[in-house]
Design a protein around this ligand. Sequence first.
Ligand SMILES: [Zn+2]
Length: 86
Amino acid sequence: MSGPGYQQTLGGLGLAAEGYRPGTPPAGLGGDAADVDGPAARESHCPECGRTGRDYRPWYRPAHMFQPGSYRAFACCAACGHVEEF
Ligand SMILES: [Zn+2]
């Protein structure tokens, strides 16, 4: 196993299968929200183990055909692996 435990949890959500890719979304697709969500995650507390400061893991799906783009963000605890969506 390598990396924080939440990597496996994130992978298990099936985001990639739904067309999402990891990374900060472009402006207009949640880029503005990312400016807020990033610091919020880093200052937040893990509800599972109480650790302060979680990793911010943004995902987004570009608009395609008639499907609008989408942005999803997760606060992930490197200590216990807990994953919480914003
Ligand atoms: Zn935790």
